[in-house]
Ligand binder design. Structure first.
Ligand code: IMP
Length: 433
């Protein structure tokens, strides 16, 4: 049997494409699952075998649920220590083994400090930011990545290994941040001594997991071990190639995987794009195919389209093949997974956006500038829907004809073959093609 290809799984829309289910489905075949971008703004609910209640993971790769798989939190991730420790505790309480043997955190990953969520919320509340409201998750993601670029005032996981130096830097930098929060954003002062004590506590608990993940990944690549790179968010939220400024602050497209995971370019052999059978978006920003009407409400309820991290209702609309094709081409996507296909069941007719018009002219390509994207008119192709419940289908041929035609049309329009179709939330509700 030929070796499994090292694969990157990435969402091609505005996040929430159901990547978690695909990663969970594939993880057991791989030796390593590596997260490479974002922070506690991402989230997916996981079902632990034999347990009814779902558990939300924001930072820990879901490979951890698979015995024998090593989960790596790469250098490109920004880590809120309280959140990751809550996940470690939650998993252990549910009987999942979490130890430095199966969870490794890059010493180069940056830390979310208490002033980052405070700044995020203050800027979003527009009490001092002066810019546009992005509709962030308020987890401090943007301010932490901005700090990384500032360098001198940033904190990394490695800093947790030097508690004395950590205290000195936290006191001096924290004082300045506290003053800025008060003066610029009208926020309360930070209790610096309390925060230092808290971070010392986090340091003790997290230090055993902190390691040189790049050194380990390089070594095991040489040994032929296999890797699954777990994307977060979605292509259209990428800081450079998404619908700026309504994006997140990391390189969450496939273009960011090697830098964020800390592996050489040839380590990733396949790019697997996940598309939801329709579109959703949380927070502000352009969304040409949005259905802010009964249809959008129906999709939201049937698809349980509420944020895992914030609980916010997601905006819903038709599949946008112009945007998806852009993500497939720029992301070098070799294969597609279509998720939540069952949600579209029962509709007489389905629409796919196959082009945009701007000022009466066809726009040849996707354009990420919000000023352009806000004004485009979607051009729709109409396809017949299906009435049957497809949740029990396990082979592509078992799907109704119009459902297969819908998937085949997505494939043609996106420009990559569909290798997997998900027809329900359970692990088993997956069709391989
Ligand atoms: P931030 O990442 O919290 O700064 O939020 C920036 C934008 O990205 C907001 O519109 C968020 O709703 C969106 N966003 C960030 N992460 C995710 C995700 O995992 N799924 C969906 N939207 C996300």
């Amino acid at each position: 049997m030929s070796k499994l290809e090292n694969t990157c799984i990435v969402g091609l829309q505005w996040g929430d494409e159901g990547k978690g289910k695909i990663v969970d489905f594939l993880a057991e075949k791989y030796d390593y699952v590596v997260r490479y971008c974002g922070g506690a703004n991402a989230g997916h609910s996981v079902q632990i075998d034999g347990q009814k209640e779902k558990f939300a993971l924001h930072l820990i790769p879901c490979g951890l649920l698979r015995p024998g798989v090593i989960s790596v939190v790469g250098n490109g991730v920004v880590i809120d220590p309280a959140v990751i420790l809550h996940e470690v505790d939650g998993l252990r309480q549910r009987g999942v083994e979490v130890s430095p043997k199966n969870l490794k955190i890059s010493y180069k990953a940056h830390l979310v400090m208490p002033w980052h969520p405070a700044e995020d919320a203050a800027r979003e509340g527009n009490v001092g930011g002066g810019g546009q409201v992005i509709g962030t998750t308020r987890r401090g993601i943007g301010p932490t990545y901005a700090e990384k670029m500032h360098r001198s005032s940033a904190f990394r996981m490695a800093d947790l290994l030097y508690p004395d130096e950590l205290a000195v830097r936290m006191e001096s930098i924290g004082k300045v941040r506290s003053r800025t929060l008060q003066e610029q954003y009208g926020q309360p002062a930070l209790d610096i001594p309390k925060i230092v004590t808290q971070y010392h506590e986090y340091a003790k608990l997290l230090a055993p997991f902190v390691t040189d993940t790049t050194a380990e990944l390089l070594e095991v690549l040489d040994q032929g071990k296999t890797m699954l790179f777990e994307g977060a968010h979605g292509f259209l939220l990428d800081i450079d190639h998404g619908t700026f400024p309504f994006v997140t602050s990391s390189s969450c497209s496939p273009l960011g995987v090697c830098a964020g995971a800390g592996v050489p370019p040839q380590a990733v052999e396949q790019y697997f794009g996940v598309i939801k059978a329709y579109s959703t978006r949380v927070g502000a920003g352009p969304f040409p195919t949005e259905q802010d009407n009964d249809l959008g409400n129906r999709i939201r309820e049937r698809g349980h389209e509420y944020g895992t991290t914030t609980g916010r209702p997601r905006r819903c609309g038709w599949f946008d093949a112009v945007a998806a094709r852009y993500a497939v081409r720029l992301g070098g996507i070799n294969k597609l997974a279509v998720t939540l296909l069952d949600v579209l069941g029962g509709l007489d007719e389905l629409c796919i956006c196959t082009g945009y018009e701007l000022d009466g002219k066809r726009l040849p390509l996707f354009h990420t500038d919000a000023r352009v994207l806000n004004r485009v008119q979607p051009v729709y192709e109409r396809l017949p829907g299906w009435k049957e419940d497809i949740g029990k289908a396990r082979k592509f041929e078992e799907l109704p004809k119009s459902c297969r035609a819908y998937v085949e049309r997505l494939e043609q329009l996106c420009g990559a073959p569909v290798g997997m179709v998900s027809v329900g939330p359970a692990r088993g509700s997956t069709i391989l093609r």
